[in-house]
Design a protein around this ligand. Structure first.
Ligand SMILES: C[S@@+](CC[C@H](N)C(=O)[O-])C[C@H]1O[C@@H](n2cnc3c(N)ncnc32)[C@H](O)[C@@H]1O
Length: 268
């Protein structure tokens, strides 16, 4: 665990804490809640979209565990919100190993909660930036926890829309994909402007004015992240339509309300 003094910068909004507030969590401050207020003014369905995304995170992790994935690399983890990815995966496969990665100092302060693994499994936390995939891949915690010669489930949920094209989002994902063994899986959820373009553009500008880069992507741009890998049914879908289950918090919401694509693919 990092023992340096951590500057949480609570006077400015952070995407992790805004997301925590959407989900009804308590790890957020006035600046985060004010920024969420601005998002809600232009995209009142933001809470619904966040909840539908979180349900997708759970269903996709369970799907991977049920289809033999025993190692997970989750980048853009967010503030711990139970159940976390390792809890979902370890319910299916207690021996599952999970490496979490996030660049937000507040997620680092909560990393202990992410490290409560089952006895048989293992979890680790890496404080790093998705825009530096080499740093993530070279992290000692990753090498100690995951065997990259065996399949890994890489998840990039609700994080790539904070990495604009100018930062090389597609090249970053290709670098991570190249490091993984055949049989590995890729899970992505990503904001889109395809269904509610005005609301999406205004939401992105609230994030940008709060100092967070944001870029929604079209279906085709989203699809490019999976190039060369085999999408599982139903392919690219708005989050709430990807293998919905009765236990989901939401049913019967519109694509415009969710406005986030989700998909899962395997490396041939
Ligand atoms: C909206 S939350 C998503 C949390 C979780 N993946 C989910 O979908 O439920 C986005 C997370 O990505 C993190 N994040 C944003 N940009 C990042 C970057 N460049 N590198 C690493 N993490 C990043 C934020 O700190 C935040 O915790």
């Amino acid at each position: 665990m990092d023992e340096r003094v951590i500057d949480l910068q609570i006077d400015r909004p952070h995407s992790a804490r805004m997301y925590d507030y959407y989900l009804g969590g308590r790890t957020n401050f006035t600046a985060d809640r004010e920024a969420v207020g601005k998002v809600m003014a232009v995209f009142p369905q933001a809470l619904v979209a966040a909840r539908a995304n979180r349900d997708f995170v759970h269903r996709s992790a369970r799907y991977l565990a049920e289809h033999g994935i025993r190692q997970f690399l989750d980048i853009g983890t967010g503030i711990p919100t139970s159940p976390n990815l390792h809890e979902v995966a370890q319910r299916v496969a207690p021996q599952a190993r999970v490496v979490y990665v996030d660049n937000d100092p507040i997620v680092l302060t909560h990393a202990q909660a992410l490290l409560k693994s089952s006895q048989e499994g293992r979890t680790a936390y890496v404080s790093a930036d998705l825009r530096s995939p080499e740093t993530i891949l070279a992290a000692p915690e990753l090498a100690e926890t995951l065997d990259l010669d065996q399949p890994v489930g890489l998840s990039l949920n609700a994080v790539l829309h904070f990495v604009p094209d100018a930062d090389g989002a597609h090249a970053i994902v290709e670098r991570l994909k190249a490091a993984l063994a055949p049989g590995s899986a890729l899970v992505i959820s990503h904001g889109t402007r395809d269904f509610a373009p005005a609301a999406s553009d205004q939401t992105a500008s609230v994030y940008r004015s709060a100092g967070t880069s944001a870029q929604a992507r079209t279906r085709a741009e989203f699809a490019r992240f999976f190039e060369g890998w085999q999408l599982v049914e139903p392919g690219i879908a708005v989050t709430h339509r990807w293998r919905p289950e009765e236990t989901d918090h939401l049913s019967d919401i519109s694509d415009a309300e969710a406005s986030i694509y989700g998909a899962v693919a395997f490396k041939p």
